[in-house]
Design a protein around this ligand. Sequence first.
Ligand code: NAP
Length: 358
Amino acid sequence: MVPVASVGGWRPFLLVARRTFLTSAFAYSTSTSWPVVTVALTLASPTGKDGADVFFAVGQNSPKKEIFLLRNQKRSFVEVLWHVNLEKNHMKDKVIIITGGSSGIGRACALAFGRAGGKIVINGRNAQKLNEVGQELSAAGIEYLAVPGDVSQEQDCRQLIEQTITKYGRIDVMLNNAGISMRALFQDVDLDVIRQLMDINFWGTVYCTKFALPYLLQSKGSVIGVSSIAGYQGLPGRTGYSASKFAMQGFLGALRTETLHQGLHVMVACPGFTASNIRNTALAADGSQQGESPRDEAKMMTAEEVADHILKATRQRKRDLVLTTQGKLAVLLGKFLPGLTDKLVYNQMKKEPNSPFN
Ligand SMILES: NC(=O)c1ccc[n+]([C@@H]2O[C@H](COP(=O)([O-])OP(=O)(O)OC[C@H]3O[C@@H](n4cnc5c(N)ncnc54)[C@H](OP(=O)(O)O)[C@@H]3O)[C@@H](O)[C@H]2O)c1
């Protein structure tokens, strides 16, 4: 492979098929983990000789849409001569509220939406963690406001929206991401655990959306709920978690239909297993935090990848986003073969160390 220029984190394009004017290529990007199939239009001297062809390509990579000017090099590798990211600033001047912005997916979304030009409002209960993420945002040149608060408290959610409006005067995206999980059998679990899950995951979404809605209708913005595959498929040992995510999805689905003619975008984003702090803070039967993850976090999708997908889906005003192959499979199978899916899910979840069911 010949050494070629890397522009904006992009490495060489590999030509996989060549016609006179149309060229298929693989692009490999260092900024995301996925290769991108792209179509390139040959511009000049379609001879097939090394260094002779110059052509444009459009990268379809999440969340970017980029145009490249390329020149072929030896053995089907091409050099990036010039490129422009058309959507680099697609969140410019938009105001994005992210609950649970101090960790995991919320933190990654704050950085991703901020890098796309947005002004970011982050919330979370732990003010110190929130300030640390604030410093990261500042270092990346992202304008932000940190509003500590507990989304299970109606008054905290009201204040989150009021402080956002006082500072920025508008809201474009309400990203309901704050959430906790659990791991316990229903027959053992303290009912307060289920209440906490509903209060944070479901009621937190309802409160924030309620107070943000007038501004979102004005801006024709987006309400997003970060749900889970557990919002499609009941997960054993997670009765309260699944219930809270099913409830969130029902609430957002009804809101979408209710506002059908008002230009509001409502999206349910369902990550699969994602490396984060959520399994450490998950509640056990007695309401204590389990303190460690029972799964191998290194094998999971990263929070940054999830954030890239959420950013792209927000720009495209998608209705649903389901992530990971395993997650997509569970949702699809659950629709058509629900009995079989129950068995597969049970068998998969019981493999977790210290699984409460066996
Ligand atoms: N990680 C996964 O495998 C996965 C998969 C599917 C869906 N999800 C969903 O993704 C969302 C984010 O989770 P994560 O994986 O990024 O977990 P995480 O790393 O534990 O982050 C959770 C965030 O929510 C905040 N939070 C929790 N309770 C809150 C409350 N009452 N009020 C305000 N903020 C609160 C936390 O901050 P404080 O504790 O300081 O309040 C933290 O910032 C959750 O809704 C989760 O259900 C995660």
